[in-house]
Design a protein. Structure first.
Length: 206
């Protein structure tokens, strides 16, 4: 195990990041938000969310074939989609379902509050780990669209080759542990219980 829980992961990640002037930290709900909250505390930066939803293969939803996010961001891995024989109609159906959940979460977590202004600032995008990289890629594109001058993608754990699919999406890629033989993010946490909506709101409201 590398981390006791997400808060411990956030503190270790913050130490790896160092000082970042004029930063905004955005966490990917749900699991990335407790990590991001610890990073924001150490950096003395405001905390916001970046709502992204994985597009799972029908009948095998744990297998990601892409992701969508706020502002119309969309990433689809055609190799995975075609290998899983997912039709255009099936992909569209998955997107509709995830778009509804994305809107629900954005409303639930923001509660009518406006997003933190990102224009011209360094934005640190944080999740609790990377497996496929689809959601991280969508999140980086979202904050670019919102005017981030510089994007830092930061995670506690990711596969050894994780940078290969994300070059060009962020200006800086930061990871605490990059193990080989990567199976699942949760394998590197002693406590990896599902983060609740209430925990996300507590972190955002400070």
């Amino acid at each position: 195990m590398y981390f006791t829980d997400r808060k411990d992961a956030g503190r270790q990640l913050a130490a790896r990041l160092g000082t970042i002037p004029d930063a905004v930290v955005v966490g990917l709900p749900r699991g990335g938000v407790p990590v991001a909250a610890e990073v924001a505390k150490v950096l003395g930066a405001p905390l916001d969310i970046c709502v992204v939803r994985k597009l799972g293969v029908p009948r095998q939803p744990e297998l990601g074939m892409g992701a969508i996010g706020e502002g119309g961001a969309r990433v689809v891995n055609e190799y995975v989609r075609q290998a899983a024989h997912v039709t255009n109609a099936q992909l569209a159906a998955v997107e509709r379902a995830e778009q509804a959940e994305l809107a629900r979460r954005a409303e639930r977590y923001r509660g009518g509050r406006p997003p933190v202004e990102l224009r011209g600032r360094t934005v640190v995008v944080v999740d609790d780990g990377i497996a496929t990289g689809f959601t991280a890629k969508a999140a980086c594109r979202i904050v670019r669209q919102r005017g981030a001058a510089r994007v830092v993608l930061a995670v506690p754990v990711a596969p050894a080759e994780w940078r290969d699919g994300l070059r060009g999406e962020a200006d800086r890629l930061v990871c605490v542990h990059e193990p080989r033989g990567f199976l699942a993010i949760g394998a590197f946490y002693a406590d990896f219980d599902q983060t609740t909506d209430a925990e996300v709101l507590d972190a955002l409201l400070g």
